[in-house]
Write a protein that binds this ligand. Sequence first.
Ligand code: 5GP
Ligand code: ZN
Length: 113
Amino acid sequence: MDCIFCQIVAGTVPSEIIYQDDEVIAFPDISPQAPIHLIIIPKKHIPSLAHLSEAESRLMGHMVSIANQLAKREGIFESGYRLVINCGKQGGQLVPHLHMHLLGGRKLPNALG
Ligand code: 5GP
Ligand code: ZN
């Protein structure tokens, strides 16, 4: 298994797991781009948003719901935050395991490229 995020799920690469349930885990980004920068992933290896099946689309709603809960827990729910999913080469995806970034804690710049 050479996927870094699968290794975090398996516990073979250490990370501070700040949330987990049967389907999802969340941990701090190793290279934070904002005071709060968390990564939320499905435990299942799905390479990208483009590989999400219709049957798995409910998972995205669950991940958004977890992101909202974590935004509350991190104290940025009221001030505002951003969820980002990069997909594929031109979408800026570096780690080929579907993930959502939760960013906040500062005024974020326009990020529509
Ligand atoms: P992408 O560009 O694929 O959307 O974002 C991948 C993110 O994963 C980057 O923000 C990067 O800092 C983070 N990342 C890469 N490797 C690791 C790791 O081993 N541990 C953690 N916690 N984050 C990682
Ligand atoms: Zn993976």
